[in-house]
Ligand binder design. Structure first.
Ligand SMILES: [Zn+2]
Length: 75
């Protein structure tokens, strides 16, 4: 018996990268692959995600202080 040492069925199956729907990154507008294994989706990376989070956080922190009621101040 002359068995082949390596079978052609065992070819290295490298998942082709960037194979999936791409969405524009909300921060930098660059197309990024929307994949389940992308923890930063729909962002292109952690940085852009942090930037976006900081953006809405800044908006939320902008609390308008009510003006003091000067006209209703006691005499
Ligand atoms: Zn980005």
């Amino acid at each position: 018996m002359n068995a082949p040492m390596h079978s052609p069925m065992n070819a290295s199956t490298n998942a082709n990268p960037a194979s999936g729907p791409t969405v524009p990154c909300p921060t930098c507008r660059r197309p990024t692959v929307y994949r389940r294994d992308n923890p930063f989706r729909p962002f292109c990376g952690e940085r852009c995600k942090q930037i976006d989070m900081g953006a809405w956080a800044a908006e939320d922190y902008r609390v308008e202080a009510p003006p003091p009621k000067a006209e209703d101040a006691p005499d």
